[in-house]
Design a protein. Structure first.
Length: 406
């Protein structure tokens, strides 16, 4: 007789015992099916409109609730006000698929809310939910291919090791996506018309990649929390008041490959206290203030392009930063403005800016091998102990020191 491991026997027994409950064939309502279900059962819901507020209590772990593509859960009783979440689960491992949830209102007005770990929410659409479209409190959450239309916050996760992938939000009052926790990943999501932040990622080591934020009022992507955020290959457009990307609290990390266009303030902003972040190969066009505003220390900006911003291309007000092989083209004020601190500016191309190409007020900064041409003044220096060597330029600014090498 072939020996079968005890663990495998247990899994097979669990699968064998799982049942399928059909709504409305076997049970008239979704809640009736939930009440009758055992852990690991599957509830299959036929197409139609179900006016309910569904609650999955503790103890039904692994329950699968699955619509049929045109299954609508309406949280608003007929002719009455909303009365709470459309679907609320307190069991671990809940799977929710292929549902549309609408009109959640009350305490709280959430389309789908989970208070448990290992939730998997897939192809769920929420429409006109008062507070949140989808909200989860728990670790190892997966939210994929979901859509939120008109809510206060689109998708919110509080917990660690979450994956939010290929989701979209539209017309949110606050954030499109709000993530609080460690090692959370937000990938290939679309945020359109957010009246506050597009994506807010708080906690240790957030990863935001391949997302599109189009039309946020406040900030496009915010990464806040101690650690190493990675913000890569996102597209940020039309930010009405603030920055496209803002990083706070980081002690390392990467901001790379992000195209930014038409923002009211900064394209990319590292706030005071941010250090050792690599800012590489980003493209910022038409920012209302500086293209890159660097207030931290010890950061590296390499291979970035900034063009046609109203203010400076690069504005640096921290020390020991490295700017290398960047391009600052046709900005309204300075191409590179070192406000304070000892920084290194090496092998950059600075052309056609409205004020100084290189404007230095920082002590002991190094300017080495830069190509600086066709600016109103190519180089201006008010910084004590600065070194200029091997730069190409034609005109000096009002505070240019003649003894500097050209």
């Amino acid at each position: 007789m072939r020996w079968i491991p005890v663990v495998l026997c247990s899994v097979l027994a669990s699968v064998a015992s799982a049942g399928t409950l059909r709504v409305p064939k076997d049970f008239p309502t979704i809640q009736d099916a939930v009440d009758a279900a055992n852990p690991g059962d599957r509830i299959r819901i036929a197409n139609g409109v179900y006016v309910e507020n569904v609650v999955v209590p503790v103890g039904k772990d692994g329950l699968v609730i699955e619509g049929s593509g045109k299954t609508i859960l309406d949280a608003r009783p007929l002719g009455g006000p909303g009365s709470g979440p459309g679907l609320a689960s307190s069991s671990d491992g809940t799977v929710i698929r292929r549902l549309t949830v609408r009109h959640a209102k009350g305490a709280p007005g959430v389309g789908v809310v989970v208070f448990a770990h290992d939730a998997h929410i897939d192809r769920v659409t929420t429409i006109h939910c008062e507070d949140y479209g989808i909200q989860v409190f728990g670790d190892r959450t997966r939210i994929e291919r979901c859509s939120v239309i008109t809510s206060s916050v689109g998708i919110a996760v509080t917990g660690n090791d979450a994956l939010l992938r290929k989701n979209s939000t539209r017309s949110t009052v606050n954030a499109g996506i709000y993530s609080v926790g460690n090692d959370n990943r937000i990938e290939s999501c679309s945020i359109r018309r957010s009246d506050f932040d597009g994506i807010l990622a708080a906690g240790l080591d957030p990863f935001v990649t391949k997302c599109v934020v189009d039309g946020a009022r406040h900030i496009g992507i915010v990464a806040t929390g101690i650690g190493a955020p990675r913000i890569t290959n996102n597209t940020i457009l039309a930010i009405a008041e603030g920055a496209a990307i803002e990083v706070a609290g980081a002690t390392s990390g990467l901001v790379s490959g992000n195209p930014v266009r038409d923002v009211a303030a900064e394209g990319i902003h590292l706030v005071p206290g941010v250090s050792a972040v690599q800012v590489r190969k980003n493209r910022v066009e038409r920012a209302g203030f500086a293209g890159f505003r660097i207030a931290g220390t010890g950061n590296t900006l390499e291979g970035n392009l900034v063009r046609a911003c109203a203010g400076d291309g690069f504005r640096v007000s921290g020390g020991f930063n490295l700017l290398a092989k960047n391009r600052a083209l046709g900005n309204g004020e300075d191409g590179i403005d070192i406000v304070i601190g000892a920084n290194t500016v090496n092998a950059n191309t600075v052309l056609d800016n409205g004020a100084e190409g290189l404007d230095n007020s920082g002590a002991a900064s190094l300017f080495l091998g830069n190509r600086v041409l066709r600016n109103r003044f190519d180089i201006a220096n008010n910084g004590a102990g600065a070194t200029f060597d091997g730069n190409t330029f034609k005109t000096g600014g009002p505070a240019f020191l003649p003894q500097i090498d050209s």
